[in-house]
Design a protein around this ligand. Structure first.
Ligand code: ADP
Length: 497
């Protein structure tokens, strides 16, 4: 297929991926067509033109992938842990070798600036994979001092079985690896369903998985939309766990499907409406820059985006002016443009949704300080937008927008701040900028969020647990806690008499 692509010196392998599309489903280390023969198209978010196509997995394909993953589980689950680690390390090496073209695929599919894909997503993918590979042979049980005199009791941490990973489009490869790393390290087998908007890097990963030496059935990759593909996974009785990242609404559906089918384990990393706070004693230049990048680095399409900005009244005008100046200098363009800060939104529907929030916010009395409109007529670009508001009940303030929109408000006291910061259904992340260490920790402890950044925003690390409070989900990815998500504890009693 000949594609209208931007002027850019693409790797030949990247262009080949587009030429080879639609790619089939990856089951049992083989490429197979969907049993229905159906495919679906993806669009380039920078232009709105067709980019690629992929096979559409239906219920019969899900059955086939589950059968393959189940057949592979006994051997993989009881394999020598160091050998599992070796394969994961090998996969990380292969991803490094293919990093340039994988970054290009991410930018084509998702729209993000190539610099971000190359310097952010890709290095983090392999860091994460290596960190989790390192856990494979350190998953230990314990001995338990029980009250019986002649019983020796110990625990084992065992894999769950077949894990389905259902992931979003904002960090396609990274989200895949967040789940694949600990799931495989712990001895589970996996079915990965990338988001329908961004299947390309996951499909490319399949060949690297085969090359790394994973046995057939250990990793299977099914492309398709939420319905039918994702829904069939969530409802399948042969799946032991669904690891999901995405919207709160879909997370709730997955939990319901899990409950109704086989009580499969569920871990959910969902939406956010994270409060970012600037006290008047903060290092203002860093705080303003931090507040800017906390939202706009991914065009706001990030679950941890600091979309509610609380500023102590004495610093309010300075922060709003500084933010406006910074934001108006941001270049909105396609991801391969030489100077680009903010890429497109993922789809027409998403762009219209975000514009709807902007229009509704204005009608409801919030004031636009910067931005507010579309950029260009091709692709799905919106200006970075700043709202000033007072009313915490506005939709704009309560609902996750997933677009380049920050809502700024002033506060007068710490008590008021905490009450307002926590006045949300979400609890994924929070930030605070101050030079007062006591104030920083008081806020960090009182705010209802799974991650708090003090004088910084948005850092994640393979070793640092990550996950939500409240309707931002449950389960902690990364760190050792990620292994807990993919294992269950067995207690063994031994009569020593
Ligand atoms: P976003 O709002 O980030 O697009 P979604 O929650 O809609 O997030 O999608 C995240 C992932 O969930 C995607 O892979 C999507 O295909 C999948 N998905 C959507 N609907 C369902 C569903 N009903 N059951 C299972 N998976 C779904």
């Amino acid at each position: 297929m000949k594609k209208a692509l931007p002027e850019y010196d693409f790797q030949p392998a990247t262009l080949k991926v587009l030429e080879d599309s639609p790619k089939k489903l990856f089951i049992n280390n083989e490429w197979v067509a969907a049993q229905s023969g159906e495919t679906f198209e993806t669009l380039n978010p920078a232009t709105g033109a067709p980019l690629a196509a992929a096979a559409l997995a239906g219920a019969a394909d899900v059955d086939a992938a589950v059968a393959a993953a189940q057949a592979a589980f006994p051997a993989w689950g009881s394999s020598i842990a160091a050998e599992r680690a070796e394969k994961l390390f090998k996969l990380a090496d292969l991803i490094d070798q293919h990093a340039d073209m994988l970054a290009e695929l991410e930018t084509l599919d998702n729209g993000k600036p190539i610099r971000v894909a190359r310097r952010g997503d890709l290095p983090y993918v392999t860091k994460h994979l290596r960190y989790q590979a390192g856990w494979a042979d350190k998953i230990e049980g314990s001995t338990v001092p029980v009250t019986f005199p002649n019983q020796f009791v110990y625990t084992r941490r065992e894999p769950l079985g077949v894990v389905a990973a259902i992931i979003p489009w904002n960090f396609p490869l990274l989200m895949a690896i967040w789940k694949l790393g600990p799931a495989l390290a712990a001895g589970n087998t996996l079915i990965l369903k990338p988001a329908e908007q961004t299947p390309l890097s996951a499909l490319y990963l399949a060949d690297l998985i085969r090359e790394a030496g994973f046995p057939p059935g250990v990793v299977n990759i099914l492309t398709g939309p939420g319905e039918p593909t994702g829904a069939a996974l969530a409802a399948h009785p042969g799946i032991a766990k669904v690891a999901f990242t995405g919207s709160t609404a879909v997370g709730a559906k997955i939990m319901a499907a899990a409950a109704a089918s086989n009580l499969k384990r569920v871990s959910l990393e969902l939406g956010g409406k994270s409060p970012n706070v600037i006290f008047a004693d903060a290092d203002m230049a860093s705080a303003v820059r931090g507040a800017q990048w906390a939202v706009f680095s991914t065009a706001g399409q990030e679950c941890v985006a600091g979309t509610r900005l609380f500023v102590e009244r004495a610093a309010y005008d300075q922060v709003v002016d500084g933010l406006k100046q910074n934001v108006e200098k941001m270049v909105v363009d396609h991801g391969f443009a030489e100077k680009v800060h903010v890429g497109p939104l993922i789809s027409q529907a998403q762009m219209e949704r975000v514009q709807g929030y902007i229009d509704q916010g204005q009608q409801a009395g919030a004031e636009i300080v910067a931005g507010g409109g579309r950029v260009g007529e091709q692709g799905y670009f919106l200006q970075p937008t700043i709202f000033a508001y007072q009313d915490d009940t506005l939709k704009l303030v309560q609902e996750e927008i997933f677009g380049p929109v920050v809502a700024v408000t002033a506060f007068d006291s710490e008590d008021e701040l905490i009450a307002r910061a926590n006045d949300t259904q979400y609890g994924l992340a929070a930030g605070v900028w101050t030079r007062d260490v006591g104030k920083a920790h008081r806020y960090a402890h009182a705010v209802q969020a799974g991650t708090v950044w003090i004088n910084g925003y948005g850092m994640i690390d393979p070793a640092a647990p990550f996950g939500g409070y409240k309707m931002s989900g449950f389960g902690r990815e990364m760190g050792k806690e990620a292994i807990d998500l993919y294992t269950q504890v067995k207690t063994v009693w031994v009569n020593t008499q």
